[in-house]
Design a binder for this molecule. Structure first.
Ligand code: SAH
Length: 352
């Protein structure tokens, strides 16, 4: 049987492995596996993106949500959540502050809030597009009809983040109510791609009932989708959800997957996520060293950051705060990288 290093070399060279070998990497109990994977991932990331780290200003503009995902703290059924929504003026104020700080991508993320009709969303996008023609506008507002996605695109949105969450339909059904389906999630992703968005997908690591075979299915689905961005983070338990008593995912497994994603999708934009920074103190830095090349500091008004509570103890101070860019710069440099002040579009995708 080939050694772990042999498998990693093969994955680096071919950006792919047979199922059994990917599963061996996913389940390896050897302590050195993550270190070897991260070293290989860092090499590939430097080949494709040099030492650049791209920053996105994250604006969490509403925590109202009509959905009831079992894992999520802002699910409709959580009557303890203190709800808020930002006005167009609030959002534009976030962009103004972010632009002055050096952000050239704004990510508008929220629950699926019916108050934000397509007309309201388009009005906000158009205003940002007019004021900041040199910036990328990313949306992360869930499942919509194709015509809605088209309208947002026509209004000036460029990118869309929609994690598929899990590519196994049975697992999907364990994480979501019957009103939601993996088929519709996939339909959304393919619609977004067809319209011309730069598309991001991804999944939670260590979500309840997840098996190594599910993770393998996630990797295979991503290979088929060929997204520009892939966001992963550990599942983190939230007490006011049906999964209150389920264990959170681990930093180790998240870092392992991150490095494997870099080797399989060398061109991709891979964030070192807030969830990773939340479960382990050095999470953000470790994520960058394992192949991550994007960070998304929080640009939401300070007063609402804790209310956008998908999971518990969300990190939103220190380097998670957009205002502390100098601190983030220092951390990124210490890890051996540089923050890039440009839109940070995906590089031309190689056909793998
Ligand atoms: N409504 C939008 C945005 C969802 S929040 C949408 O549906 O895409 C962004 C991501 O946070 C989700 O896709 C999910 O993967 C993640 N998330 C939600 N609850 C979480 C939890 N408890 N732990 C970790 N990540 C979580």
């Amino acid at each position: 049987m080939s050694s772990t290093q042999d498998l990693i070399n093969k994955l680096s060279a071919q950006h792919n492995l047979p199922d059994a070998e990917l599963l061996r990497l996913l389940t390896s109990a050897k302590p050195e596996t993550n270190l070897l994977l991260a070293a290989a991932a860092d090499k590939v990331r430097r080949q494709y993106y040099g030492n650049k780290v791209y920053i996105r200003g994250l604006i969490e503009f509403t925590n109202y949500c009509k959905n009831n995902c079992f894992y999520c703290g802002i699910r409709a059924g959580n009557s303890c959540a203190c709800r808020y929504r930002l006005t167009k003026e609030d959002i534009l104020a976030c962009c103004r502050e972010g632009y002055a700080l050096g952000f050239r991508t704004f990510v508008l993320q929220g629950g699926e809030d019916p108050y934000f009709t397509d007309a309201r969303i388009c009005e906000i996008i158009a205003a940002i597009r007019t004021l900041y023609p040199d910036c990328a506008i990313t949306l992360s507002i869930g499942e919509k009809k194709r015509a809605s996605y088209q309208a947002y695109f026509d209004a000036g949105a460029n990118r869309y983040l929609l994690r598929h969450e899990t590519a196994n339909a049975e697992h999907y059904a364990k994480l979501h109510p019957a009103s939601m389906s993996l088929a519709n999630r996939k339909r959304c992703l393919y619609d977004l791609k067809a319209i011309g968005y730069q598309v991001g997908s991804g999944f939670m690591v260590g979500s309840p009932y997840q098996t190594p075979e599910n993770l393998l299915a996630d990797l295979r689905f991503l290979q088929a989708l060929h997204p520009d961005m892939i966001g992963i983070g550990p599942y983190i338990t939230h007490a006011q959800t049906p999964f209150a008593h389920e264990a959170s995912g681990t930093a180790e497994q998240t870092l392992r997957l991150l490095a494997m994603l870099r080797l399989m999708f060398p061109y991709a934009l891979l964030p070192s996520t807030t969830a990773l920074a939340t479960i382990t103190p050095q999470g953000r830095k470790l994520g960058l060293k394992a192949g991550g090349n994007v960070v998304m500091p929080n640009l939401s008004p300070a007063g609402v950051r804790k209310l956008y509570s998908l999971y518990e103890n969300k990190a939103c101070t220190g380097t998670e705060a957009a205002q502390n860019l100098a601190l983030l710069q220092a951390e990124v440099q210490q890890a051996g990288y540089e923050i890039a002040v440009d839109r940070g579009d995906v590089i031309k995708k190689t056909k793998l």
